[in-house]
Design a protein around this ligand. Structure first.
Ligand code: NAP
Ligand code: MG
Length: 403
């Protein structure tokens, strides 16, 4: 069989621990035999980030802007223990945070659905994608504890020194607590555009919920921005694509999501996205079956698995013990990136390959061959638990039947 050729390179961001091991296996078994893989390689493994003073992370984000599509392996976000373990020069920032701030993007997380791993919510038949606005609100807050009787005010001083004041609360004996939060119009606009673009890309409805009846300025601002951008820039394209944008109160959205069949993109404010994405991923089965894509408002895509580097499995692997680590979300990061590359460069064979690899991965599981995390939650009666490499080899066998 002739290998598929590529035109533009993919930005390849390698990572850490067990997912780095899976990364190599996936390339070896599922990609290199079939594709003349063209990537611009960045080693985001913690050692190399430390060696380059984290410049490699910044370079990889700029390369993503240049080429338009990246695929990323999970990476360690250092904490004190990691500083010691890797003898780091400093506690480098989260690579995902660095990349996100350069690309100014929104993260969309989608569960991978297979028969036999049933969602807890029976009527969910299609995946629900969560888009979280990862800027501001309580994640960039200022808080105070108020002791005893006191007056708390919101004060805004403009460039000319003019003050606007609003009373928050007159505290009585016993005091209380107070919190200041903010968001920025440009960030909300970017979030809205990323969501509208991704809905068009996926041909799925976009739902957005906030609490504008209670928060008449703050949450209302989100609602207004979404509506204005939709009306001006996206309404016609949504109508052509046969999809819709739907706004409602966040509690109404939650109720409707529970009763829905799934298949929509759900845009969430920062806190809602934090909480709801954990609910969605656990309700659909497993963190190891969640994909994640960062989409910039200008239409740049970075694909990855939603889970981390699976550290506990890596330490077993280092001791020479067998692991049964689920590679599905990492495989789907690759297929997402390859499909997008194929779409942008108009390479139908590459798009077809990406689809076939996804189908083969799902079929392999549906035929009962899976890693241990799935054996533990499946409703299938007869299953075979495979180790990390054997699962990938089983996917290859299924794939070869198609090719
Ligand atoms: P994690 O790597 O997602 O793993 C947490 C646990 O979930 C694992 O111990 C494992 O459970 C299970 N799990 C996750 N992915 C799995 C898979 N593919 N197959 C089988 N089981 C899987 O999270 P963590 O242990 O909290 O974090 C480890 C490192 O990852 C940290 O250094 C963190 O900074 C980093 N991280 C990176 C990203 C990213 O790059 N996007 C995201 C999150 C975390 P059992 O051990 O019970 O089998
Ligand atoms: Mg969370």
């Amino acid at each position: 069989m002739e290998k598929i050729t590529m035109k533009t390179p993919l930005v390849e961001m390698d990572g850490d621990e067990m997912t780095r091991v899976l990364w190599g296996m996936i390339k070896e078994e599922l990609l290199l035999p079939f594709i003349d893989l063209k990537t611009e390689y960045y080693d985001l493994g913690l050692k190399h980030r430390n060696d380059t003073d984290d410049q490699v992370t910044i370079d990889s984000a700029h390369a993503t802007e240049k080429y338009g599509v990246a695929v990323k392996c999970a990476t360690i976000t250092p904490n004190a223990a990691r500083v010691e373990e890797y003898d780091l020069k400093q506690m480098w920032k989260s690579p995902n945070g660095t990349i996100r701030s350069i690309l100014n993007g929104t993260v969309f997380r989608t569960p991978i659905i297979v028969r036999g791993i049933e969602p807890c919510v029976r009527n969910w038949k299609k995946p629900i994608t969560i888009a979280r606005h990862a800027y501001g609100d309580i994640y960039a807050n200022t808080e105070l504890k108020v002791e005893g009787p006191a007056k708390a005010e919101l004060v805004v001083t403009d460039q000319n020194g003019n003050e606007t004041r609003e009373l928050i609360h007159e505290f009585k004996e016993g005091g209380g607590i107070i919190q200041g939060i903010h968001n920025v119009t440009s960030s909300i606009e970017s979030f809205a555009r990323s969501c509208f673009n991704y809905a068009l890309d996926q041909k799925q409805d976009l739902w957005f919920g906030a609490k504008d009846t209670i928060s008449k300025k703050y949450d209302h601002h989100f609602k207004d921005i979404f509506q204005e951008i939709y009306d001006k820039e996206y309404r016609a394209r949504f109508e052509d694509a046969g999809i819709e944008y739907f706004y409602s109160l966040i509690d109404d959205i939650v109720a409707r999501i529970m009763k829905s069949k799934g298949g929509m993109i759900w845009a969430c404010k920062n806190y809602d996205g934090d909480v709801m994405s954990d609910m969605i991923s656990s309700a659909f089965g497993s963190l190891a079956m969640m994909t994640s894509v960062l989409v910039s408002p200008s239409g740049v895509y970075e694909y990855e698995a939603a889970h981390g580097t699976v550290q506990r499995h890596y330490y077993k692997h280092l001791k020479g013990e067998e692991t049964s680590t689920n590679s599905v979300a990492t495989i789907f990061a690759w297929t997402g990136a390859l499909r997008k590359r194929g779409e942008l460069d108009e390479i139908p064979t590459l798009i077809k390959f990406a689809n076939k690899l996804e189908q083969s991965t799902i079929e392999t599981i549906e035929h009962g061959f899976m890693t241990k995390d799935l054996t533990l939650i499946t409703t299938m009666e007869e299953t075979v638990t495979l180790n990390s490499l054997d699962f990938i080899k089983a996917v290859r066998k299924t794939l070869e039947n198609y090719i």
